[in-house]
Each structure stands twice: as C-alpha cells, then as structure tokens.
Design a protein around this ligand. Sequence first.
Ligand code: ADP
Ligand code: MG
Length: 208
Amino acid sequence: MDTAFFLTWIEEVAEAVRAERDHLTELDAAIGDADHGTNLDRGFTAVREALAGAPPATPGAALVLAGTTLIRKVGGASGPLYGTAFRQLGKSLGDAPDIGLPELAAAFEAALAALGKLGGAAEGDKTMVDALAPAVRELAKAALDGAKPGDALNRAADAAAGGARATIPLQARKGRASYLGPRSAGHEDPGAASTALIFDALRRTAQR
Ligand code: ADP
Ligand code: MG
C-alpha cells in the first residue's frame, strides 16, 4: 500500500463524510449538539486542500498532515481525537514508501492507544472507540492469519460497522452524550458511525 493508496483512502473518506454529513449531524442532534457531520466535513475538506497544496512523499507524511489539519480545523471533541489517531498512524508508518498489512495493523494499534490516552474512553463507553477497537483487533488478527490486505480490510470494516451498531443500546460514559445519562441509550453514537465510514472507505480503496 503506497502513498497513492493512502491518498485515495483520504479522498474516499472525504467523499463519504460529505455524503453522510447530514446523517452524522442527525445522529449528533439526538445525543449531542448536532455538529458532528459539519465538523468532519469541514475537517476533511481542509485535509484535501492541505494534501493538494503540499503533496506528501510517503504514506506516513500524508497521514501526519491529515491528522495535523484535523486538529487545526475541527472544533469539538472529534477533531483532536481523530487528528491524534491519524497523526499516530502516520508516525508509526515512518518514512516507508510501501506499507504491508502487519505494519498497517501495528500502526492502527498505536493510533487506537493514542486516541484512548487522549480521550480516556474504553470500549463500551459509547464513543468512536467502540468501532475503532474491534476494527483494529480484526486487522491484527487478519495480519497474523497472513490474510491479503483486501480481505483484512474487508473484515476490519465489518467489525467497525458492527461496533458502531452495537453502540445503540449503550449509555454514554464519555463526551457530550454522557450528560444525557440513560437518555443517551437508543441512539447510535455519531463518532462510532463516522469511524465505520472511515473503515468502509479503506475497504473500498483496497477493492479499487
Ligand atoms: P463534540 O462532542 O465536541 O460536539 P463531535 O460532535 O464532532 O464533537 O464528536 C462527537 C463524538 O466524539 C462522539 O460521538 C464520540 O464518538 C466522540 N467522543 C467524544 N468524547 C470522546 C472521548 N473522550 N473519547 C473518545 N471519543 C469521544
Ligand atoms: Mg457534536
């Protein structure tokens, strides 16, 4: 997976976020402050511009720039959290021009750890971690199985989607939705839904 692969992934994410912007914002309207879709659309639009303005030479550089831009441009909890995760993903990939599945899986494990350290959320707290953690686990398992990248990313995307759906009955223990207490149950977490979009975009990128 080379630099073009990761740039295509980011393009696919930006397009999916644009297409799902209103849906993500509706999810956030139910248990937050109705800005998740617009936050991410603003962020990934800025990421596209940043990457076009300073074309990165490596996958790691592309992901670090994406993360830095998200931190700068997205207000709210999700900007620093996603920004930190993308930055860590990039840092972990270093300056290798071509990334294999084991390296990608390890980088995602580091990104999950960085996001968890910043936000303090564990699985079951009804956040993006509920989609990210199972996807990262599946990716690591697939790497150990010696799976092909396309199959591994397919499995990871399914795991993220399942994790996002599984947030519906949960009560939020982190972020704005936690202020609602038991009333946060019965709605999908917007950040978990956007994480599922991000992994679905990665699956599509591998299938192209
Ligand atoms: P804000 O909550 O500041 O309005 P967004 O609406 O953009 O920011 O993002 C909300 C999402 O951020 C939530 O749905 C949740 O998935 C995620 N989130 C919030 N707080 C945390 C946290 N401490 N750790 C992990 N994810 C979090
Ligand atoms: Mg919000």
